[in-house]
Structures are given as structure tokens and as C-alpha cells.
Design a protein around this ligand. Structure first.
Ligand code: COA
Length: 259
């Protein structure tokens, strides 16, 4: 597939997916959503790619939300039909490798919902985040009411969703919405450095770790602990576990092959 709306590059085990509609503040129209889902499907089984970074093209926006042009004239039923099939947000969340949102500007509506579906979020100092759907007479529909609430708690989530107000990166860090904030010219290097450290780990252990942590928000403690035990024991079936343990005992750096 030749992509028209995204850029995809993999180097040194790190993939970067850039939403590439800077003139439209990287707003997500249907073709863009389809291309992202397709790209995720391609990267899923690629052994060259161990960590994915998602970002937006240009210096203004990560993703400024769903493309509002697509909403005009839509009825409840046509909107429901448009939302059938694999949702972009679920595809990001279920992706079996770590996904990092590199938030380089406006991160609004569906853009924040993409970031919320990622595993880690880092923002530039000039980033602005919010769920402004209420200003259009609608509500978040890409998981915002659920994932935002789980991440920052009901009070802060209500505030953002009911007011539609945008918050700056420092505030987002304060409420736990982003992991950290960096100067504009440092964001890329800092995120790549972190991605490189994660890319050195066992891809199998990363996958199990991600699934185990995700389970916490999806079930009760007893079931979650039981799932953790299963996933923990599954890692013992990997050659990477032997390599990791042996490397520690031999006082050397492990070389994880993903086997
Ligand atoms: N959908 C469609 N087009 C969008 C868009 C969106 N979500 N966000 C920005 N654009 C378009 C604008 O319409 C404009 O297009 P034009 O040049 O053809 O007129 C272009 O991107 C630049 O936007 P502009 O508003 O001029 O840029 P800005 O830097 O002054 O403001 C935002 C940026 C993101 C604050 C502003 O565009 C905005 O509020 N966008 C909508 C955000 C939103 O409500 N998202 C939730 C959608 S459910």
C-alpha cells in the first residue's frame, strides 16, 4: 500500500509513524485512519521493528482530532456505520509492541484519544491537549471518556470533557496525562533515546508486560494477578529468558533475539 497521509520509517529497531497532513493540523480523516491501521498490521509481525513512535508532521500539531469535515450532515446511523470494523484506537492499544506518543503540538479530540491508546506519552513544552468535542455538540467517541478517566481520574476527566478546555503540557504532566515534557528541540532525541533503551529488551517480555499492565484496567485484582502469573510463566518459555538470566550471571549485556 502506498500511503498518502502517513509516513512510516523503521531504523535501528524503532519505527516512527508520522501523520502527515500538517496543513490540516494532522486531522484524522477516514483514509488516514485506514492507513494507520494498515501500517500497524504491517509492523505487527516485523522482526525489524520493536518499538513504535507515533507523531505528527510539522511543528504545530500531533493530531488535532477527527477531521471535522466528515461530521457535517452525518446522521446517527451513518456515523454508526462509519465506526464499524477495527477502530484505530483499539488497533493502537492492542498492538503487541510498545507504542510511544511523541506529542509535538496540538493533541486534541481523536488525537488525544490516539495518545491515550498509546503506552507512553511525551510532550513538547508548547503542546496543548484537550477533548474539545463538547464545543461541537458531541462527545469523545474514540475511547476518551474511558481511557482518559482511567488515566487521570474522574474529576480531571470530567473537567476536560465537560469544558472542552485545552491544557498545556506542564499541566498534563501534573495530572499524569503525559509521562514527561521536553523542550521543543529536545523532544525527538529524548523520545528516541527512551525508545532505543526499550528496543534492547526482549520483545517477548515487552509484549507480556504490556498485556499484563493493560489487564489491570480491564478486570478485577484477583483475575489480574492470575493473568500476570500466566504471562510471567509464559516468558519462561522463551530463549530470551535464558539469555537474560545467563547474561546477568556472566556479568555481560544480554542480546535478546525475540525468540
Ligand atoms: N478537522 C478538520 N480540519 C482541521 C481540524 C480538524 N479537527 N483541525 C484543524 N483543521 C484545519 C483547519 O480547518 C484549517 O484548514 P484551512 O487552512 O483549510 O482553513 C487548518 O487545519 C489550519 O487550522 P487553523 O485553525 O487555521 O490553525 P490554528 O493553528 O490557528 O489552530 C487548532 C489549530 C487545532 C487549535 C484549530 O484548528 C482547532 O481548534 N481545530 C479543531 C480541533 C477540534 O475541535 N478537534 C476535535 C475534533 S472532534
Amino acid at each position: 500500500m502506498v500511503y498518502q497521509n502517513i509516513l512510516l520509517e523503521t531504523k535501528d529497531r524503532i519505527s516512527i509513524l508520522t501523520v502527515n497532513r500538517p496543513d490540516k493540523r494532522n486531522a484524522l480523516n477516514q483514509p488516514t485512519r485506514d492507513e494507520i491501521v494498515h501500517a500497524l498490521d504491517t509492523l505487527r509481525s516485523s522482526t525489524d521493528s520493536r518499538v513504535l513512535i507515533v507523531t505528527g508532521a510539522g511543528d504545530k500539531a500531533f493530531i488535532a482530532g477527527a477531521d471535522i469535515n466528515e461530521f457535517e450532515g452525518r446522521t446517527s446511523l451513518t456515523q454508526r456505520d462509519a465506526m464499524k470494523g477495527l477502530r484505530l484506537f483499539d488497533a493502537v492499544e492492542e498492538f503487541p509492541k510498545p507504542v510511544i506518543a511523541m506529542i509535538n503540538g496540538f493533541c486534541l479530540g481523536g488525537g488525544l484519544e490516539v495518545a491515550l491508546a498509546c503506552d507512553l506519552r511525551f510532550a513538547s513544552e508548547n503542546a496543548k491537549l484537550g477533548q474539545p468535542e463538547i464545543n461541537l455538540g458531541i462527545i469523545p467517541g474514540g475511547g476518551g471518556t474511558q481511557r482518559l478517566t482511567r488515566l487521570v481520574g474522574e474529576g480531571k476527566s470530567m473537567e476536560l470533557i465537560l469544558t472542552g478546555d485545552l491544557i498545556d503540557a506542564a499541566h498534563a504532566k501534573e495530572i499524569g496525562l503525559v509521562n514527561d515534557v521536553y523542550a521543543v528541540n529536545e523532544l525527538r532525541d529524548r523520545v528516541y533515546a527512551l525508545a532505543a533503551r526499550i528496543a534492547e529488551k526482549s520483545p517477548i517480555a515487552l509484549r507480556m508486560a504490556k498485556e499484563a499492565v493493560k489487564t489491570a484496567a480491564r478486570t478485577n485484582l484477583r483475575e489480574g494477578l492470575s493473568r500476570e502469573t500466566d504471562l510471567f510463566c509464559l516468558t519462561f518459555g522463551s530463549q530470551d529468558k535464558e539469555e537474560g538470566v545467563r547474561a546477568f550471571l556472566e556479568k555481560r549485556k544480554p542480546d535478546f533475539k525475540g525468540l
